[in-house]
Design a protein around this ligand. Structure first.
Ligand code: FAD
Length: 339
C-alpha cells in the first residue's frame, strides 16, 4: 500500500489519520505544535461530526459533557433555555486533540510533533493545516479569544451572548470548567490582547454575560488567541487536496467548524484508501473529495455567511435575537440550516 502524509494534526488531520489507519493505510502526520495544547474554539461539537466520531469509535474515549439546550443573550436580555434539536458534545481541545493523537498512535500511525512542514501539497500529501490567515476582511480585523474558568453557573448547556464587538459562547466542558470563547472584530489594530482579554470576553457592564461571569475564576494558562481570521467562503487552490478549515472556515457563530472538520476528514477516507491501494489516481481521489465536499457544504456555508453578516450588524442582530426570543422555531431553523 502507498503511504500518505497529513500536514496538520488538528481535528481534521487526526480524524482522517485514524480512519485511514483503521483501513490499514500507512499514515504519517506532521504537526507544528505539541499535545496537549489550548486552542481558540467554542469546544461545542454538534451535528453530523458527532456521528463521524461515533462511527470511528472515538466518542467514548473523549469523556465529553453533553449539552442539551441553548440560550441567547443580547445586552441584559436572554431567551429562555430551549432544547437543541440534537444534544451536542462539549470537550476541551486540550483534551480532545491529545486523545485523538493517542488513538492515532495506538493504531500504528506515525506522529511527528514540533515540526512545521513547508511543502504542503503534492501526490500523497493532505493539507489539514487549519484556517488560511487573512489580515483584514472588508476593512475589519477578525480575531478569536478563549479561556477556561471555574465558578460559573450556566443557565443552558450552551449560552451564546451577542455583544457590540462580536459574540461570546459559553459551555461546560470536563472537570467543572467552563469554556468562554469569543469572536470579535475591530477596525483598528488590537495590540494588548494578552493584557486585556478578560475585558473583551467579559461583556459590557450590566449585560447578561457580565452577570454570568461575575464569579469566574479564570485559568490564565488556558488563555489563547487567534488573529487574521477570514470568514468568506473560499475554494482551495487547484491541485491541492485539503480538509477542514484549510478548505474554508465556517463562521464560528454556527458552532459547526469542528463538525465540518470531522465530516470532511470522513469524506476523504474512502477516496484516499482507494488511492493507497492503487485503485485510483491521486487526481481521481482529489476530484471525488472536492465533489463530496461541495455537495455537503456549499448550502451550509452560504447560509452561515448570511447569519454571520446578521449577527455583526446592530439592527439585524436585534431582529434576529427578538425572533429567537419570541419564536422557538427560529432557533431550530438556524441550527438545521448550518448542519
Ligand atoms: C473563535 C472561534 C470559535 C469557534 N468555536 C467553535 C465551536 O464552538 N464549535 C465548532 O465546531 N467549531 C468552532 N470553531 C471552529 C473550529 O475550531 C475549527 O473549525 C476546527 O478546529 C478546524 O479543524 P482543522 O483540523 O481544520 O484545523 P485546526 O484544528 O486549526 O488544526 C490545524 C493544525 O495544523 C497545524 N499546522 C498548521 N500549519 C502547519 C504546517 N505547516 N506544518 C505542520 N502543522 C501545521 C496547526 O498547528 C494545527 O494543529 C471555532 C473557531 C474560532 C476561531
Amino acid at each position: 500500500m502507498k503511504a500518505l502524509t497529513i500536514i496538520g494534526g488538528g481535528l481534521s488531520g487526526l480524524v482522517l489519520g485514524i480512519g485511514l489507519r483503521q483501513r490499514g493505510v500507512p499514515v504519517r502526520i506532521v504537526e507544528a505544535g505539541t499535545y496537549p495544547r489550548h486552542k481558540v474554539c467554542g469546544e461545542f461539537l454538534s451535528g453530523k461530526g458527532r456521528a463521524v466520531l461515533a462511527a470511528l469509535g472515538i466518542e467514548p474515549r473523549l469523556g465529553a459533557v453533553e449539552a442539551h439546550d441553548v440560550s441567547f443573550s443580547l445586552g441584559a436580555e436572554s431567551t429562555v433555555a430551549r432544547s437543541l434539536p440534537e444534544p451536542a458534545l462539549c470537550v476541551s481541545r486540550w483534551k480532545m486533540d491529545a486523545v485523538l493523537a493517542a488513538i492515532f498512535c495506538e493504531l500504528g500511525g506515525e506522529l511527528i510533533t514540533g515540526r512545521r512542514e513547508l511543502a504542503l501539497d503534492g501526490e500523497g500529501m493532505v493539507r489539514a493545516t487549519g484556517r488560511r490567515p487573512l489580515a483584514e476582511e472588508g476593512g475589519w480585523r477578525l480575531f478569536g479569544l478563549k479561556a477556561h474558568a471555574h465558578g460559573i453557573t450556566l443557565r443552558a448547556g450552551l449560552e451564546l451572548h451577542f455583544t457590540p464587538r462580536g459574540y461570546v459562547g459559553l459551555c461546560a466542558v470536563e472537570d467543572g470548567r467552563t469554556n468562554v470563547c469569543g469572536f470579535f472584530r475591530s477596525r483598528a489594530a488590537v495590540p494588548q490582547l494578552a493584557r486585556d482579554w478578560r475585558e473583551w470576553l467579559g461583556g459590557e457592564p450590566g449585560s447578561a454575560l457580565s452577570a454570568t461571569l461575575s464569579g469566574a475564576r479564570w485559568d490564565d494558562a488556558s488563555f489563547s488567541s487567534v488573529a487574521a481570521l477570514g470568514l468568506a467562503p473560499r475554494r482551495p487552490p487547484d491541485g491541492e487536496l485539503s480538509i477542514g478549515d484549510a478548505v474554508t472556515m465556517i463562521p464560528p457563530v454556527t458552532g459547526n467548524g469542528m463538525s465540518m472538520a470531522c465530516e470532511s476528514a470522513a469524506a476523504a477516507i474512502e477516496p484516499l484508501a482507494r488511492w493507497a491501494a492503487g485503485a485510483v489516481s491521486w487526481e481521481e481521489a482529489r476530484q471525488e473529495l472536492v465533489g463530496r465536499l461541495a455537495r455537503e457544504f456549499s448550502a451550509r456555508l452560504r447560509f452561515a455567511a448570511l447569519l454571520q453578516r446578521a449577527v455583526v450588524h446592530r439592527q439585524a442582530r436585534w431582529l434576529l435575537f427578538q425572533s429567537a426570543r419570541l419564536l422557538p422555531a427560529v432557533q431550530s431553523v438556524l441550527f438545521r440550516q448550518t448542519r
